[in-house]
Design a protein around this ligand. Structure first.
Ligand SMILES: C[S@@+](CC[C@H](N)C(=O)[O-])C[C@H]1O[C@@H](n2cnc3c(N)ncnc32)[C@H](O)[C@@H]1O
Length: 268
């Protein structure tokens, strides 16, 4: 199965809407904000410096970066034209925020032009993360910082009991919508191969017990199953209804670790 995040524009308009909504919901979800703020708290861009959010999607995280660092210039780069368009339309009034359509493996930025590069849940969706880490390193100035924050999708869970259908949705989401569910264990060697020095590495657990923060697992798994003829629309609707029922009943339990690695392009 191909990961729709690896080539968003190849998906149907309906599926792109599901992806865009899911990215916006996650970026604003109270259970996600400590993960995002956890790495932003560790950054101190210089006034007038450049922060590049590579693979920025609809720009939900990019907007938060622009809010947090109002004296820095923030550029979101996104290969999907559809998502880049959404990012612009959602950008609001941020004078320090721009978006650009482009591939993270071939950035239209000069060597050493950025102070901070961020890859937020991008590398788990590409077949080979190495060119993106190399390219992020190329655009960093000496002393600049790369942040990689990604989910350990191998541990994703949404179940209350063995065989729980919602847990099956979480597993189906990972099988169908994540390229490398085991990426996070490979991050340190990726940074070292690019010549970076790992300065920080931590894990935060995101647990979703209410709201729609993990609905995307059910929605994308069910939509794919319906498209492939595995299940009918009534079961897809019932799975989504069950998610909402648990959120209401207080029995929703979505579990996903996020790893943050901060690596520095050392002065030579
Ligand atoms: C799960 S989304 C994360 C979006 C955003 N970083 C966020 O956290 O909201 C993965 C993103 O990676 C992008 N992506 C996929 N391949 C890429 C590449 N080669 N270079 C840059 N971004 C890429 C996708 O288009 C998508 O927007």
């Amino acid at each position: 199965m191909s990961d729709p995040f690896a080539n968003v524009d190849a998906a149907s308009p309906e599926f792109i809407e599901i992806i865009a909504t899911a990215l916006e919901v996650r970026a604003a979800d109270p259970s996600m904000l400590p993960v995002i703020d956890g790495f932003l708290d560790r950054l101190a861009p210089p006034d007038g410096g450049l922060i590049v959010d590579i693979g920025c999607g609809t720009g939900g995280v990019t907007r938060r970066i622009a809010d947090r660092f109002g004296r820095a210039n923030v550029l979101g780069v996104e290969p999907s034209a559809a998502l880049t368009g959404k990012a612009w339309s959602l950008a609001g009034d941020h004078p320090n925020l721009k978006f650009r359509n482009g591939d993270g493996a071939a950035l239209d930025l000069a060597d050493g032009s950025a102070d901070i590069a961020i890859l937020h849940t991008v590398l788990s969706h590409v077949a080979d993360p190495s060119p993106l880490v190399m390219e992020a390193t190329r655009i960093l100035r000496l002393g600049g910082t790369l942040v990689v924050c990604d989910a350990d999708f191998s541990k994703a869970a949404l179940g209350l009991a063995p065989g729980d259908p919602l847990d099956s949705c979480a597993r189906a989401f990972v099988a169908g919508s994540v390229t490398d569910a085991w990426l996070t264990g490979k991050l340190k060697p990726l940074a070292r191969a690019a010549g970076l020095t790992v300065a920080h590495f931590d894990t935060a657990i995101r647990v979703v017990t209410d709201g729609i923060g993990n609905l995307v697992w059910v929605r994308m798994a069910a939509a794919r199953f319906v498209t492939e003829g595995v299940i009918g629309q009534p079961l897809a609707d019932a799975l989504e209804a069950e998610y909402h029922r648990r959120a209401e009943a207080g029995t929703l339990y979505g579990f996903l670790p996020f790893v943050t690695m901060i690596a520095v392009k050392a002065e030579r």
